[in-house]
Write a protein that binds this ligand. Structure first.
Ligand SMILES: Cc1cc2nc3c(=O)[nH]c(=O)nc-3n(C[C@H](O)[C@H](O)[C@H](O)COP(=O)(O)OP(=O)(O)OC[C@H]3O[C@@H](n4cnc5c(N)ncnc54)[C@H](O)[C@@H]3O)c2cc1C
Length: 361
């Protein structure tokens, strides 16, 4: 890489510095490739507001994520390496308690525990202000990624390498010359779009190279709340979740909204989250636990195929790549997928069929 009389030459121009763009850039740098990461820093990115939760068993079915066995150790190693390099803490191990909402849920767990015993064990008794007559399970490998610190650490690393730029990217500003990509003063072998929901059809009016990709992205809202009554050594899930931060502060979330594709906190979103929590966070006398809302944020989860991310290239432009669809499990998925995509982009392996962006019809 370098500045020449006619601009900057890099192997890869990466658009977006969320989890996708950040992990990909780090993996490419590791392989000695040169990158320029461009981000418009307008505060709408989903990584910025995500709670960064890693939860070994999720959903009604209490299932591990796709490829979790393989991807979780890679994620842990990736974040720990960045911690070591930067001296800043990113990955916080915190056991997760799932409070059973019903007898049916408890029976479901008991039917599956042989198969899932690696990820959780049943708790004989639940402590805390919960509707807890059915008990619950504890997942010792739960964790959260401090996504904001993560973004700062990667940004600092990229700035040190002369590989970061604040700018708003527009596809119409790109030209293709002699098999290279030209944008502003930059000439790159490839441009890789890592724009999250903002690179998917219809979100904020996006219409462009990848508008043929079907998606079911979902807006989500998160609250910052003060609660006195809970043990901060754990995170709690049931209908929604409560994740400890410091000094009695908790993150509370999250709802799913498939209609409003924006990152604006709404009264409806706030009520959704609080109503969810009020179904299971209860004092002994059945009263609601006092919660003071002191912050509120929103973002859009880029969902292409549930929580299976996608990587690949534009069907007609081999110089244009794509890494998206991190869904609601970006913290877990991004490092391993980025490692694979970076290896592919560096000519080390074929693209994994299961991660490939499949074109419709
Ligand atoms: C409410 C909520 C809660 C969540 N909770 C969790 C959780 O607990 N655990 C978890 O793992 N995941 C969670 N997620 C999901 C997680 O946020 C995503 O999986 C992940 O952050 C997506 O990363 P990304 O890099 O694809 O997108 P983004 O983080 O959105 O990054 C895209 C970046 O591209 C930039 N960009 C876009 N277009 C342009 C352009 N034209 N020019 C320049 N820059 C551009 C944006 O500014 C942004 O910085 C949550 C999401 C939401 C909304």
């Amino acid at each position: 890489m370098g500045y020449t009389g006619c601009g900057m030459n890099v192997d890869f121009l990466i658009i977006g510095q969320g989890l996708a763009g950040s992990t990909l850039a780090v993996e490419l740098l590791k392989r000695g490739r040169s990158v320029l990461v461009v981000d418009r820093q307008d505060g709408t990115g989903s990584t910025r507001i995500a709670a960064g939760l890693i939860t070994p068993l999720t959903g009604k079915g209490m299932n591990p994520a796709w490829r979790q066995q393989h991807y979780l150790p890679k994620a842990v190693a990736f974040y720990h390496a960045l911690e070591k390099e930067s001296g800043r803490k990113l990955y916080h191990s915190t056991p997760v308690v799932r409070v059973f909402a019903s007898e049916r849920e408890r029976d479901k767990w008991r039917g599956k525990k042989g198969e899932l015993g690696q990820w959780a064990h049943e708790l004989p008794e639940l402590e805390g202000p919960f509707q807890n007559e059915f008990g619950g399970i504890e997942m010792p490998d739960g964790a959260w990624l401090d996504t904001l610190t993560f973004l700062h650490v990667v940004q600092d690393k990229l700035m040190d390498a002369g590989s970061w730029r604040e700018a708003a990217f527009a596809e119409q500003d790109v030209s293709f010359v002699d098999g290279k990509v030209k944008w502003q003063d930059v000439v790159a072998d490839k441009v890789i779009l890592c724009q999250g929901a903002y690179g998917l059809k219809g979100v904020d009016g996006y219409q462009g190279w990848f508008s043929h990709v079907h998606h079911r992205s979902a807006k989500g809202e998160i609250l910052n709340v003060w609660i006195d009554e809970l043990d901060e050594a754990r995170r709690y899930h049931c209908n929604g979740w409560l994740a400890p931060r410091e000094g009695g502060m908790w993150k509370a979330g999250a709802n799913y909204d498939w209609k409003n594709m924006d990152a604006i906190p709404s009264d409806a979103g706030r009520s959704d989250v609080l109503n969810k929590l009020n179904t299971w966070v209860k004092l002994g006398d059945g009263k609601d636990v006092p919660m003071e809302v002191i912050g509120h944020e929103a973002g859009i989860r880029p969902i292409v195929r549930n929580s299976m991310p996608v990587v690949g290239f534009h069907p007609e432009m081999a110089e244009v790549g794509f890494f998206n669809g991190l869904g609601s499990k970006g913290s877990l998925m991004a490092p391993a997928v980025a490692e694979h995509f970076a290896a592919h982009l560096s000519g080390e392996c074929d693209l994994d069929d299961e991660l490939k962006l499949v074109q419709p019809g």
